[in-house]
Design a protein around this ligand. Structure first.
Ligand SMILES: Cc1cc2nc3c(=O)[nH]c(=O)nc-3n(C[C@H](O)[C@H](O)[C@H](O)COP(=O)(O)O)c2cc1C
Length: 390
């Protein structure tokens, strides 16, 4: 990296420890000629960093803090679908649990990392409470401050059983009414605890869900809908993960891949085992010849705690990323000394002089992996290049 730019990056990293700038993506563009634009569910984002569904998107206060820090998007906690009588086929996922433990977890190769241990599952309050949160998210989205997207777990039948259409219809109609102006954006969660459930003991039912669930959501929705499918890490091999990606034809985004499941402890976990597995599978993935690049926009999730890791996902086709664990570390783990957790996370991810997004993109340029267009480096070119290679 030229000394002048390295010096500017060091200085920005230092000064933003104490005071996080208002529109950091614009600042990065004008100072470094780096365009961080990302994409999720067809929406253009100022940069690629979003929050994955979970305990960090349960209330309006959390969303407001994310908007203030300049996060690109937040996926709300997963709602468990219900029909008009309130019946939930997936009620086992609507259990209440508050205790979370942020713990160190070494990967199978011994590399130290972090995981969050938590026995809870989906949204455990009423549908009407969820709709209040969706309306708050809609207002932030309309104001252009933060793209907010609801997440749902709909009924997943055993092989041979029908889908409970009434749950799909009632829940999508309620979300569409709360959201207002179409299209409705929704993420469909296939969670890690599902991988530990007898429902997902066989490959055939999983492939059937991935083929059919988006169709059921589309048919049930009273308005046009854009669907992100968040794929589970199933308890099968890497090739099956790729098969799952190919089976999911009818989605606008594929989120790859939710946490691993530890059958002995009965909990989901993350850390380096998760990113190793996810990146390995994305390496194997080649869109089949019948796909165009646009058929399979990817979103990365899993063990992202640096700009470099964002670029590892981007080099394999991901146009944005969703983080959870990195927002939950002890404050002493962040370089920034002031500001919200969201701002401290963004500070490290973007401005770290060695491992941040700016430094990483400049390094990819020096290796000839990405080229300037009109004098600027573009984050999305990294993902685009991956598709060309595929
Ligand atoms: C405590 C906790 C709760 C989560 N809850 C959900 C959820 O309700 N729905 C979902 O799709 N993903 C959920 N996730 C998965 C995260 O959104 C994220 O995809 C995953 O943890 C991998 O990213 P990470 O390594 O940055 O944590 C949860 C993760 C954690 C740690």
């Amino acid at each position: 990296m030229p000394g002048r730019i390295a010096g500017a990056l060091e200085r920005d990293f230092e000064r933003f420890r104490r005071e996080w700038p208002h529109d950091f993506a614009a600042l990065v563009r004008s100072t470094y000629r780096v365009d961080l634009t990302g994409r999720y569910l067809g929406a253009v984002l100022p940069h690629p960093v979003g929050k994955g569904s979970g305990q960090l998107s349960l209330n309006e206060g959390q969303l407001e803090e994310d908007a203030r820090a300049g996060l690109a998007f937040a996926v709300l906690k997963t709602l468990i679908a219900e029909d008009e009588t309130g019946a939930q086929a997936m009620a086992a996922w609507a259990i209440h649990e508050t205790r979370m433990a942020v713990e160190r977890r070494a990967a199978s190769d011994g590399r130290p990392g972090w995981t969050v241990t938590w026995k809870g599952r989906g949204w455990d309050r009423s549908l009407s409470d969820y709709l209040t949160l969706v309306r708050a998210g809609r207002d932030l989205t309309r104001a252009g401050r933060l793209l907010v997207v609801p997440s749902v777990k709909f009924h997943l039948p055993r092989l041979g059983e029908p889908f409970r259409e009434a749950e799909y219809r009632h829940t999508t109609a309620a979300l569409a009414a709360a959201w207002g102006e179409p299209p409705l954006l929704v993420e469909k969660d296939f969670s890690p605890t599902l991988a530990g459930d007898p429902l997902a003991d066989d490959r055939a039912p999983i492939l059937r869900w991935l083929k059919e669930v988006p169709r059921h959501i589309r048919r049930a929705s009273p308005v046009p809908v854009r669907i992100a499918v968040k794929l589970l890490n199933a308890r099968f091999d890497d090739d099956f993960q790729v098969e799952m990606m190919h089976a999911t034809r009818d989605a606008e985004s594929l989120v790859c891949f939710n946490r691993l499941f530890d059958p002995e402890l009965g909990v989901a976990y993350g850390g380096w085992d998760l990113s190793n597995r996810n990146l390995r599978v994305l390496d194997l993935h080649r869109p089949p010849p019948s796909f165009t690049a646009l058929d399979h926009p990817l979103v990365g999730t899993g063990n992202i705690s640096s700009g470099r890791m964002i670029l590892e996902y981007a080099r394999r086709g991901c146009e944005s990323v969703q983080l959870h664990t990195f927002f939950q570390l002890p404050l002493s783990e962040y370089a920034a000394t002031h500001g919200s957790r969201t701002a401290r996370v963004l500070h490290t991810l973007v401005f770290h002089p060695q491992d941040g997004l700016i430094a990483g993109l400049l390094e990819l340029e020096s290796r000839g992996e990405v080229e300037r267009r009109d004098g600027e480096l573009h984050f999305l070119d990294v993902a685009r290049h991956a598709h060309r290679a595929g």
